[in-house]
Design a binder for this molecule. Structure first.
Ligand code: PEP
Ligand code: MG
Length: 838
């Protein structure tokens, strides 16, 4: 019969006892399972959360009755048992019940040294944690008179002798632990780990297994997988005495080891018994557990078992192994891996066990870690790469002309910028670790140095490590862990693909990106930003000639030189993607981004074009705009300088024919950027259709293609119905759409984003996590209007939000067909999408 009359009940753990995590906490539940598995768990009593709460409020359970369970003289431990182990809880108190009588008995059976040490430890613990006396007074190291002095100090301070009644000791320990849980610091700490305000604590009282005795005795922990790699491996420690050597307390290796004595050799029986218990835990608790055990004269007790603490890579390997051994289902395995943690596997990481000397912090814009010499210009980065030196490019912010330098660097650090600044977007695409908005450093270009907090100066050539996973710049070269794209990782993601119901494509601009997209098994390319193809040295000059052309004819000549280059680009992408969809966005940025900004660059350009410097300077000025992001870019260029799109369409179609001859038929997708009016689409579509007809006629070949529109202005979202009449697909460019919906520059917002988020103006950086209320409403409206006009229209997101789990959840709920994100975010997106479908 269940009784809760005074909220001070308790339960002895027997196979029949009813114990629930929500009521008794995770530890009690776990111990209860071990008891049911018939593991040798010492006698244990669980106090449910309502009892502990009553204790904190001054209402004690019958501690005499609890004490009676353990006999007249006893030693017990008291441990916390919150609902979730992450929430912490007051530390364990060991050897409750220790008094003069037990001490005398232990002295007789185990010797004075062992008995003194146990009593002293308890007095110190009790005095500081229960009686709240100053720890310094009890900090004396063990010694011949240490116990006596501790007992005297206690009596002096408390005006009473150290309590001898075990039931009274137990009552005091329970009270102090119950109250500690209610303390403000403890509350704040657990809430930071996600505990709800009303989180409660259970307590577990367990008979001590002391691990001392004449034969093989000791205590330790054992786990059966490596916490960093997840590979099967017995690790842990055993502190005890090897057989035959009297009283020599030492740490033994668990398994045979050439460096010294091991438990496996000291007692193969004990070792095998522990292995059996470990296997039973794994199978029945459906988890890799670390067991805490004691051995007394060859007798094993299992005191506790906790989930093995693990890195992300170990989490993947453990989950897959459990599912492959049919201990858990594949769905469970998927749910056991936190999607975001996967990105840890794709890159080098700073070894979490290594020391870190943090020099500055910024926004973690692209994950992974790399160490290298500091350089301050793209040219210096390229020079370093040519010398095979690893370098970290440090800029105030990056511009398109820094791209080659970014390719040459192993990581990028910028003083300014936010999550969608140029540096952040490009670095994520390249899989380079990147920190942006690192306003704690001040760059001094003249000296080629930067100054960090506390005036620490770092010069060109100094080595730093950039940890793009958590936004920290570290001094020197930190210890690293390698990426882990092993079989477990692939297997888990294949299981994810079987359950997810939204496509995941990659944003890929170059053959290298496309290969990365293939390696991470994206469902195709959702955005190829073609302008990134024009920054190679040989192309940039031709591109500039095209921009400087005075007449349509001059322009055509330059474009004819660019045509074969673009055709090769697209053929390579189609070949690599082997028949999967490839969505190519026509040229988007303002032309002046391709022109030099500094005098030296202008001089070089004047030389290359054989024009006077003054003319070059004038043209560059004429092309500059007050607000280029809202100026002559995207489809506006397509309408006013249509030859550029003509050339790109021709290159796409010729590449389609060529790649289809060799491999799977290609159906290219062509996307028009920055549209705000239906008529823009009509004008561009008419010309592209004409190019298609011309290419088909010239080459006597057939192909089909899909023409779509990028929805990245609020007006395009509002007018999506009429736009969809001419578009086979609508892809939301949520970077620009966020910029224009908020009227917030994506390149400058980094300066005040922290303040805005800290003051709760925005709950999150909207360039990072999709603003579902505002921008999201435009997405829903656009998708709804587009679909109403054209039910088979394909809807997707290709802005940076596409790789963000919360945003994927939104797109999935809205019934979008796919999201597209940087290749290195594809694995996270595949697993998140599976989580949402489960
Ligand atoms: C966008 O605006 O969301 C987008 C994908 O295009 P870009 O980032 O190249 O402007
Ligand atoms: Mg855009």
């Amino acid at each position: 019969m269940q009784k809760h009359p005074d909220f001070t009940e308790f339960t002895e753990l027997t196979p029949a006892a009813e114990v629930r995590t929500a009521r008794h906490g995770w530890r009690a539940k776990c111990l209860q399972r071990l008891v049911r598995l018939e593991l040798p768990v010492p006698r244990t009593v669980a106090l449910p959360c309502e009892t502990v709460r009553a204790i904190a409020a001054g209402q004690m359970p019958d501690t005499q009755a609890i004490a009676a369970i353990f006999g007249e003289e006893f030693l017990v431990s008291v441990r916390s048992s919150p609902e979730n182990p992450e929430w912490g809880g007051p530390g364990t108190v060991l050897n409750v019940g220790m008094n003069d009588a037990v001490h005398a008995r232990l002295t007789a059976s185990h010797g004075a040294e062992a008995a003194d040490a146990l009593y002293l430890g308890f007095v110190q613990n009790y005095a500081t944690h229960v009686a709240r006396l100053d720890p310094d007074m009890f900090a004396a190291p063990p010694g011949p008179r240490a116990l006596e002095r501790a007992l005297e100090t206690y009596q002096d301070e408390m005006d009473e002798p150290f309590p001898q009644d075990p039931a009274k000791q137990l009552a005091q320990v329970l009270r102090s632990m119950a109250r500690a849980w209610e303390g403000t610091t403890a509350r704040l700490l657990r809430q930071a780990k996600g505990a709800p305000i009303e989180a409660v604590l259970g307590l577990v009282v367990q008979e001590m297994a002391l691990g001392i005795g004449p034969g093989l005795s000791g205590s330790g922990t054992m786990q059966f997988v490596d916490g960093v790699t997840g590979a099967p491996q017995i690790t842990g420690r055993f502190r005890g005495q090897s057989q035959g050597r009297k009283r020599a307390i030492e740490t033994l290796y668990l398994t045979r080891d050439p460096r010294g004595a091991s438990l496996e050799e000291a007692s193969p029986e004990v070792f095998d018994e522990l292995k059996r218990y470990g296997a039973a835990c794994r199978e029945k608790l459906r988890e890799e557990m670390q067991i805490e055990f004691a051995v007394e004269d060859g007798q094993v007790s299992i005191i506790d078992a906790v989930r093995v603490v693990r890195s992300a890579r170990a989490a993947v390997r453990i989950a897959v192994a459990l599912a492959e051994d049919e201990i858990i289902s594949r769905e469970d395995a998927l749910l056991r891996v936190e999607p975001r943690a996967l990105s840890e596997l794709l890159h080098y990481q700073v070894d979490p066990r290594a020391p870190r000397d943090v020099l500055a912090r910024g926004i973690a814009a692209s994950p992974g870690a790399a160490a290298g010499k500091i350089v301050f210009t793209a040219a210096a980065a390229q020079a370093a790469a040519a010398r095979d030196e690893r370098c970290i490019l440090v800029r105030r912010e990056t511009a398109p002309e820094d791209i080659r330098g970014m390719h040459a660097a192993v990581a990028v650090l910028t003083e300014r910028g936010g999550m969608t600044s140029h540096a952040a977007v490009i670095a994520r695409g390249l899989g380079l670790p990147c920190i942006v908005g690192c306003s704690e450093i001040q760059i001094n270009f003249r000296d080629r140095s930067f100054t960090g907090p506390q005036g620490r100066v770092f010069r060109e050539g100094d080595i730093v490590t950039l940890d793009g996973t958590n936004g920290e710049v570290l001094v020197g070269s930190a210890e690293m862990l390698e990426p882990a794209l092993d079989d477990g990782f692939r297997t888990l993601l294949h299981w994810a693909d079987n359950v997810r119901d939204i496509g995941i494509r990659a944003n890929a601009d170059t053959p290298d990106d496309a290969r990365t997209a293939q390696m991470f098994e994206a469902d195709g390319i959702g955005l190829c930003r073609t302008e990134h193809m024009f920054f190679d040295e040989d192309r940039l000059t031709v591109m500039r000639e095209m921009i400087f052309a005075d007449t349509a004819n001059d322009r055509r000549v330059a474009l004819e030189r660019l045509l074969p280059m673009q055709r090769d680009d697209f053929t390579a992408l189609f070949d690599i993607m082997a028949g999967q969809p490839v969505c190519i966005r026509l040229f988007d940025p303002p032309l002046h981004e391709f022109l030099p900004h500094e005098r030296e660059g202008m001089r070089e350009l004047a030389e290359a074009l054989d024009r006077p410097l003054s003319e070059v300077t004038r043209r560059v000025e004429a092309l500059s705009e007050f607000n280029p992001m809202l100026g002559m870019r995207g489809v506006r260029l397509g309408v006013t300088v249509p030859e550029i799109y003509d050339m790109q369409a021709r290159a796409i179609f010729e590449a389609t024919i060529e790649a289809s001859k060799r491999g799977a038929p290609v159906v290219p997708e062509i996307m028009i950027p920055l549209v705000s009016a239906q008529r823009e689409v009509e004008i561009v579509k008419t010309r592209i259709d004409a190019v298609a007809v011309a290419v088909k006629n010239e080459q006597k070949a057939e192909f089909t293609y899909r023409l779509g529109v990028m929805v990245e202005t609020p007006r395009a979202a509002l007018r999506a119905g009429e736009i969809a009449e001419h578009a086979a697909f609508l892809s939301f460019g949520t970077n620009d759409l966020t910029q224009m919906t908020y009227g917030l520059s994506r390149d400058d917002a980094g300066r005040f984003m922290n303040t805005y988020v800290n003051q709760g103006v925005y709950s999150e950086d909207p360039f990072h996590i999709l603003d579902v209320e505002g921008v999201g409403e435009l997405l829903l409206m656009g998708a709804g209007r587009g679909r109403a006009a054209r039910p088979d229209v394909t809807i997707s997101v290709c802005g940076e939000h596409g790789g963000n789990p919360e945003s994927i959840a939104f797109c999935r709920a809205a019934g979008f067909d796919y999201v597209s994100c940087s290749p290195f975010r594809v694995p996270v997106a595949r697993l998140s999408a599976a989580h949402f479908a489960l």
